[in-house]
Ligand binder design. Structure first.
Ligand code: N15
Length: 281
């Protein structure tokens, strides 16, 4: 499928419609609608078709945000960022034509591991891919702000794809974020309601590395108030099975001061990452 869509002899863009797709099983449910496995009729190209109801978007007053996010996502091209190929709409619905990730949601793959965690090699591979994707986003002045396992998919080869840009913004942002849902992946400056920049994404890489290796995020607690305290104090404890290299990387990312965090280049060149990804190591 060509994202520019087939053009006719007059050079006009042909619009997509539901008639172009055979819709299959649901892949997931969302707040505003569901995602379905679908196949473009002519090319047989498999996609994930996300269906959003306009009435629900209107009710929640997020049409403007959706438009902006489509604009951001349609311009991103990176092997570790889920592609948005295009969109179309009818009277009642908006459809997003998204890349299909054959291995599905990362958090489910993590949960299905025998001990609930990934080994150090696999974690290093994911962290490198995540860092490369975020480096690309930051170069375009896009900060993600909501990296968590639920927002990550895996393709046929097991490569990571950042899938959700529900909270992404152009940096820098001084906007206060309405905190709903889990605080687990948010850095001190965001839970404390301060201004933040692209360094928020470095913190979430640290949280994810910890969760991949230990099975749950580092500041997880019974209540939001307890999680808030732990994040603000950077109350970090490691299980004894973690290697010194992994602990070193995580400790360098989970710093209270955003400017003291290891940058993305530093993550990619970190000795533990390099060692884990070296085939002879
Ligand atoms: C506002 C807009 C431009 C943002 C665009 N991004 C999203 O809407 C984020 N999003 C991605 N929302 C849903 C998805 C999504 C894409 C969900 C699931 C999948 C997907 N691609 N592939 C899947 C998928 N593959 C699976 C394989 C096995 C089991 C479940 C699977 N889900």
């Amino acid at each position: 499928m060509n994202s520019c869509q087939s053009s006719d002899t007059s050079g006009e863009r042909k619009r997509w419609s539901l008639d172009n797709f055979e819709v299959g099983r649901p892949l997931g449910k969302g707040k505003f609608g569901n995602v379905y496995l679908a196949r473009e009729v002519n090319s047989k190209f498999i996609v994930a078709l996300k269906m959003l109801f306009k009435s629900q978007l209107q009710k929640a007053n997020v049409e403007h945000q959706l438009r902006r996010e489509i604009e951001i996502q349609a311009n991103l091209r990176h092997p570790n960022i889920l592609r948005l190929y295009g969109y179309f709409y009818d009277e009642k619905r908006v459809f997003l034509i998204l890349e299909y990730a054959a291995q599905g949601e990362l958090y489910k793959v993590l949960q299905s591991q025998p001990n609930g965690c990934f080994d150090e090699k696999r974690t290093a591979r994911y962290i490198l891919q995540l860092s490369q994707a975020l480096g690309y986003c930051h170069s375009k002045k896009v900060i993600h702000r909501d990296i968590k396992p639920e927002n990550i998919l895996l393709d046929l080869r097991g490569d990571l794809k950042i899938a959700d840009f529900g909270w992404s913004v152009h940096s820098p942002s001084s906007k206060r974020t309405t905190l709903c849902g889990t605080l687990d992946y948010l850095p001190p400056e965001m839970v404390e309601g301060k201004a933040h920049d692209e360094n928020v994404d470095l913190w979430s890489i640290g949280v994810l590395a910890y969760e991949f290796l230990c099975g749950s995020p580092p500041f997880e607690s019974e209540s939001n108030a307890e999680t808030y305290k732990k994040i603000s104090k950077v109350d970090l404890k490691f299980p004894s099975h973690l290697s010194p290299g992994a602990k070193d990387l995580i400790s360098r990312l989970l710093r209270h001061s955003p400017r003291e965090r290891l940058n993305l280049e530093g993550v990619c060149k970190h000795p533990w990452i390099v060692k884990m990804l070296n085939p002879s190591g």
